[in-house]
Structures are given as structure tokens and as C-alpha cells.
Write a protein that binds this ligand. Sequence first.
Ligand code: NI
Length: 171
Amino acid sequence: MIYPIVKFGNPVLEREAEDVREFDTPELHQFLQDMFESMYAAKGVGLAAPQIGFSRKITVIDISNGENPDDKLVLINPRVIKTEGKQEGEEGCLSIPGFREQVRRGKRVTVQAWNAKGEEFEQTGEDLLARAFLHEIDHLYGRLYITHISALKRDLMKRKIKKLQRAGDWD
Ligand code: NI
């Protein structure tokens, strides 16, 4: 099923998610399928479980947007173990639609995580994949990309979002 995306303002986006302890269950496999479906429906390249209202340390990533099955990635209880270099680029978030900002991130990032079967693995990504790793893992710790922009830009964005909320255009 396709879940609606939770938007900025919902507290589930700003708290640390729970670790996953049970792997390879029918519920987990179904949930991951639903996460991919929800991500593709929203035209995102990454989705974290809190963004569909589940406070669990699960994220799915596909930087090919459904074009290349080899790019489908599941990261459970992931953490960043190495970051090298820097990249500047625009970033957006499905939970903050209509906004994009320049965000400096690591250029080459190695993560350690578990897959759906409960097997531990490490993977290194560069450029867009590195950015997706950092953005999505941030979500699992309650951090949105706007924590990486200037306070001035962040306040401006929050004011615009408040206006949209008051107008009923945000939910
Ligand atoms: Ni996001």
C-alpha cells in the first residue's frame, strides 16, 4: 500500500526512531515493499520510515528512481562509519515539499546497516548516493536537512511553512 507522506511539523519527524529487532518477518518484508511503493509514488530517491509515520530505523533508497533494480537499497538500523570529502548541492525532502536549499555534505560516505534478512553489511556511496545516505540516516535520528542550513534561511522557511499551515495548504 501507498502511505501518505508525513509533513514537517509532525513530531514523529523530529525524534529518534526505534531500533528494529526482528528481521526476516512477513511484516517487515511487506513494510519494505510498502516503503518502496510509497517512495516511488512520491517521486523520491529515499524514504525513511518516520516519513510515513513509523518511528523505526528503516530507510529505503533508490537513486535511479525505479529505473535500475540494482540501485534498490534497504538500510535497517544504519549508521555512518566514514565520511570523506565535501560536496555542495541542492537538497529537498518529501516531508518539506516545495522547498530546496544548498546543503554541504560528505562526498564519499560509508554506512554499516542490516538488510531485511538481518545480515549486516557495509556500503560506500559517492555523490548523490552519499547525500542520500546522510539525509535518510539523519531522518532516523530526528534530524531534517534544514538543521544543516543557516538559522536565517531556516527561520524564513519555517515562516513560509506556518503561512501554508494557516492557509490549510500543509497536511
Ligand atoms: Ni527527507
